[in-house]
Design a protein around this ligand. Sequence first.
Ligand code: CP
Length: 361
Amino acid sequence: MTPNRLVDIPWAQFSALSVDQKAPYLAQSDGTPFHTLFAQQFDFALLDRLTHLATEIRGIAKTRAGMGFLHELVCHKRAMLYFSQPSSRTFLSFLSACQILGVQTGEVRDTATSSEFKGESREDSVRTFSSYFDMIIMRTPEKGLAEHTAWMLSNSERPIPIINAGSGQDQHPTQSLLDIYTLVRSFENIGGLRDRTVVFVGDLARGRTVRSLSHLLTNYPNIRQIFVAPPQLQIGEDVLANLRGKGVAYQLSDDFRAAIPEADAIYMTRVQDEWDKEKGDSARIDITRFHFGLEQLKLLRPHAILMHPLPRREEIAVAVDHDPRAMYWRQMRNGMWIRTALIATTFGCDKRIHEYHRQNL
Ligand code: CP
């Protein structure tokens, strides 16, 4: 692990940069992330590297000897899981990823159980964690907190990596990594992730997973994006401006039924009413047309896949789960492998994994 460049720049200057301009400050000298904060840090080469590594790890983990090898890799490191916002999948898959690599973990899942309850600032809490741990994996409701934490720790005596496990309504970079891994795996034997149409459905205005994935998809050739939502929940203009800037074809629609037969992948999302400005705002929006059930399944092409970052509510009927195109449970498990790959890369043991894979599989 080599130090990142955040020591070279004052906070006021760094925070004023665009996300694209910030990305190089977060990288190690070989281009891999030191801090993982934004989807914009990942280009095609890095995504290709991580998805291949995840597949190698998945193969190695199939045997007891392989698990033993993985378990020794980073057993000298400790990671803090700091989740001040609810999570099942992200928390458990990061915990599992750490366990696979032998990384010891600590956790705070409710700030009412930490000294924040006594008035300690987030900054002081994080500095405390950095005294005991070698990495902080954090989920927060506040946009930008992971970024400020990364800068602060880089400029402290304990410059340890931060992984953003979801920040505000803005970014969920590791969710988009697992989404990309799922898409890559799903299409690897039928032409790859290129010349595809991805249809995003639901609460696109407040879904950080959609924002991050929309960006990552721009790394792959000719991926058209269709955003299907009621007008109140339609995707933000900043996401569309990014697509225009990159020459990516996109379309806005509120006609889900018409979009289904066009899709190679459908990415459903739930209504994120935890972000309602007034209680009950979301309940006043008619979302009944943005539901995927057995009727919609008939319109889905044979090779297409149905994704969801989960948790779900009513937007996908449970009856759909048994269809082989329902990819969300495998998508969730992919999160464990790609997060293992990210942690291994951050700690610089990816080469040892390649070597083991080459010699044993
Ligand atoms: N997809 C996702 O972030 O799920 P959790 O909120 O359960 O972590």
